[in-house]
Design a protein. Sequence first.
Length: 441
Amino acid sequence: MQHTMRHTLLVLLLAAMSCVPSMAQNRIDTIRADAPELAAYGSHTIGVRTLTFVNPNQIDVLAIDPGLPEPDPLPRYDRPITVEIWYPAEKDANGSHILKTTMRDGKREIEFIGKAVRDAAPEGNAMYPLVIVSHGFPGNRFLLSPLAENIASKGYVVVSIDHTDSTYATYQNRMSFTSTLVNRPLDQLFVLNQIAKLSTDSKSFLYGIVDANNTAIVGYSMGAYGATISAGAGITQKGAASVPFSLLDIWMSGSASRKAMLDQRIKTIVTFGVPLMNGLFDADSITTIGIPMLLIGGSVDDVAGYEQSIRPLWKAATSVDRALLTFENANHNAGAPMPPPQEDNRFDEKLNMNLANHYIDAVWDNVRMNNVSEHFVTAWLNKYLKSDPAMDAYLDLIPASNDGVWAVNKDGTFKPEHSYWKGFPNRTAKGLRFETLKAGE
């Protein structure tokens, strides 16, 4: 009798346990069944490491009170810059796949999981192009981690920056935004120089594997602002005057300092939700962009402004070839942010928001947007950093995805009328636009 009761209790316990959902994981490596072709992970095992640099003698923007007379001299400090580096690793690498960061509130630590192996030995038989990733305001170096890890698997060294004063943990006050305006392009160029040095340092794990002369910058929101300047754009005189104490004069269009900061190692940029910032740029200051650019945005972006910023910038950059990928009915989070960590799905009294809203879009699923971005960014970088002619077919598309015609013969070959977006499975190229303009147009 006792044996029967124990058996019955055991069955009931197991049944109850089977009804409890397993602990969810914050994954950054999900590829949906409907993902376009180039979103798939590449053939390289991925390693990941954290480094901290120090940029000496920088202007300490947060130490300046704009309500007081200009200090003479301006306060300076040694600016810390933490980066996360994803890179091709040895095939048999094994170890932890856990990444740790802080929540949107800048306080509580969270974990998430990808394919990268912490501190794996690098794959040292090739030189890989460099991709620098720059987050939004506020953000941190993991905000675009699905894209960063994915791109590394395809033979790139990807370095994502924590921009001091504008991360979740270091944001302080309204001068944090002024610091962002001043420091985004400075941080991007500084990190490029640091990685270039490590690539020639025999003691570094990056020795001999990074081709810093072949670099792209990927920026989201204020990271896209920085990338646009790093690509050659200048700040208008009116825009520079909007920031106290001539802090933005270094980036003024046509100035000697602006010209001196141009870096020929940067071959292309990718921007998500790029802001024109109400007069910081104009059409003339955009025409000085000197490298191809892929712009990505949501058609109802009410932060950067799709019709006020993203699309006008695409049109104004007439000196270069450029493309614009639009997520129809998406807002400012189009294509870039990682899926919200489960811990962030809560209301924060201090920030007066559900923290998950920092990541999500009202219409589009994050993973779906990430997969589409991974596809197009892969094609773009392979074209401009690896000179792969096969990528043209993924970028030469009819503008509106919904207009594509799927027409396939029984043997799998395409009929003459087939115009569906290359790489997208049937019935999946929906709600998107991809438009291109050549230099001079």
